[in-house]
Design a protein around this ligand. Structure first.
Ligand code: NAD
Length: 496
């Protein structure tokens, strides 16, 4: 039996958690409503999931508030909280094969990616923040000897994590790991396209010893469950990852409700700048293809704008075209597949419409440009490379969120920086050169939260991640993440 057949066999006995997880129990939505959870691999309905709405969110917030105020999580010894979170991480690791399969079925990414990259990253993130719980100290301000001026970090209370579908469990882990470590109660709302892994780990959280009400999951749509969390008067913070458009709604919800804290990880249109003096043109071309086609281009940091210095344009484009072929979509359940499906039919249609827009704008399709594997019933798009793109075209300015690369030519350093920064986004930028001085100068001039030199993904849990401009507000990952899940209290004691 091939590995893909083996996975198909495992699917026949899989049991899906499809109800909301509120106050330690799986429950139906109060309305009894459900929505179809469709696999983009073949368009099949996997299960029906509880469609939570305001009433369910109210129930979860009530349980979360009671659990938070009881102190059974926020006020326990840090060492104890650490042990429970370590156990939670260990349980997720034990179930990583099952979770990876759920992730692949639910959103169509290749199984080897779900298993190694996503689940590996999730477990590492959970372990890292669990380990940090009893390593962070508070501060004493320098004051007169007859006074004590303490600056302490306190949890906010109820943190709602509203996350997207492109890395369903990883984006959730980046939020619930530091939020729980800081002592908050978390209500997780997975994207409606990919709720299965979030629902499965809820019971693992319970099994690890996280008290009822401290980790809850409310699946449902953005306009219902998401909005109810954003507008709730008793939610203290929303940690959001998703589109810039919806990120702005959360700022509005906050202003219209209780001024809850909002952190936003939003969209991107990352430039990947290839200077003619790049050390290894071939390697840079291979990485340029990987940087845009990984996860079918459904990556906020995807290097979708390829800026090539004119002297090496033809040679570089030829190599990029060659490496792009390797990303032809395949069966997500085959461990050898590099690129799987799009998350759903509407995302596939959106990408195809941008391919059409690019051609109408005058850009030329050099590679791909078509839908693929339609006989499977799933939603696949060929890796697509546009040449002759102008940075003002929509395909260079708007986030497509698919396997579509726009290539643009530049003359010199100044023009490269000008084009790179000409975007409403500022999540990540990459540049390739062998000149250290140029690397420093350009990195400094780029308006982005992350700059990679001679790489397209230097991210790690140890480094903060987030956006400049309309790519977001606040940072995930690293100890800086605690800034958003805690508030500072100043306590002054007069000793006279
Ligand atoms: P989305 O904004 O459509 O949805 C994200 C979440 O918000 C989902 O849970 C959704 O249900 C909810 N939502 C949607 N409409 C809502 C509304 N009106 N009110 C309240 N909640 C609502 O994004 P998506 O399509 O799921 O994901 C793709 C986007 O996510 C891309 O723009 C991508 O760049 C971004 N993203 C950013 C990062 C980052 O760290 N910067 C990481 C991954 C994805």
């Amino acid at each position: 039996m091939s590995a893909a057949e083996d996975y198909r066999h495992q699917i026949t006995s899989i049991s899906y958690r499809n109800k909301a997880f509120i106050n330690g129990k799986y429950v139906d939505a109060a309305s009894g409503k459900t929505f179809d959870c469709i696999s983009p691999i073949d368009g099949r309905v996997l299960t029906k999931v509880a469609a939570c709405d305001k009433e369910d969110v109210d129930r979860a917030v009530k349980a979360g508030r009671a659990a938070f105020e009881s102190g059974k999580w926020s006020n326990i010894a840090p060492r104890k909280r650490k042990k429970i979170l370590q156990k939670f991480a260990a349980l997720v690791e034990q179930h990583k094969d099952e979770l990876a399969l759920l992730e692949t079925l639910d959103m169509g990414k290749p199984i080897s990616e779900s298993l190694n990259s996503d689940m590996g990253g999730v477990v590492n993130c959970m372990e890292w923040f669990a380990e940090s719980v009893d390593k962070i100290y508070d501060e004493l301000a320098p004051r007169r000897p007859d006074s004590v001026s303490m600056i302490t970090r306190e949890p906010l209370g109820i943190v709602a994590a509203v996350v997207p579908w492109n890395f369903p469990l990883m984006m959730a882990a980046w939020k619930y790991s530091p939020a729980l470590a800081a002592g908050n109660a978390v209500i997780l709302k997975p994207a409606e396209q990919s709720p299965l892994t979030a629902l499965r780990i809820a019971e693992l959280a319970s099994e690890a010893g996280i008290p009822d009400g401290i980790f809850q999951v409310v699946p449902g749509f953005g306009e219902t469950a998401g909005q109810a969390l954003g507008m709730h008067m008793d939610v203290d913070m929303v940690a959001f990852t998703g589109s810039t458009e919806v990120g702005k709604y959360f700022l509005k919800y906050s202003g219209e409700s209780n001024m809850k804290h909002i952190s936003l990880e939003c969209g991107g249109k990352s430039p990947n700048i290839i200077f003619a003096d790049v050390h290894d043109l071939d390697y840079a071309a291979k990485e340029a293809a990987a940087g845009v086609f990984y996860n079918s281009g459904q990556v906020c940091t995807a290097a979708t704008r390829l800026l090539i210095q004119q002297d090496v344009r033809d040679a570089f484009l030829e190599k990029v075209a060659k490496y792009s072929e390797a990303w032809a979509p395949g069966d997500p359940l085959d461990p050898k597949t590099l690129m799987g499906s799009m998350v759903d039919e509407s995302q596939m249609s959106r990408v195809m419409s941008y391919i059409d827009v690019g051609q109408k704008e005058g850009a030329k399709v050099a590679v791909g440009g078509k839908q693929a594997l339609s006989e499977t019933g799933g939603f696949y798009v060929q890796p697509t490379v546009f040449e002759a793109v102008n940075n003002n075209m929509r395909i260079a300015q708007e986030e497509i969120f698919g396997p579509v690369l726009s290539t643009i030519t530049f003359k010199d350093e100044a023009e490269a920086v000008e084009i790179a920064n000409n975007s409403i986004y500022g999540l990540q930028a990459n540049l390739w050169t062998r000149d250290v001085k140029k690397a420093h100068n350009v990195a400094r001039a780029l308006r982005a939260g992350t700059v990679n030199v001679n790489a397209t993904d230097g991210g790690d849990i140890t480094a903060p991640f987030g956006g400049y401009k309309q790519s977001g507000i606040g940072r995930d990952k690293s100890l800086h993440a605690f800034d958003k899940y805690t508030q500072l209290k100043h306590t002054y004691i007069h000793l006279r």
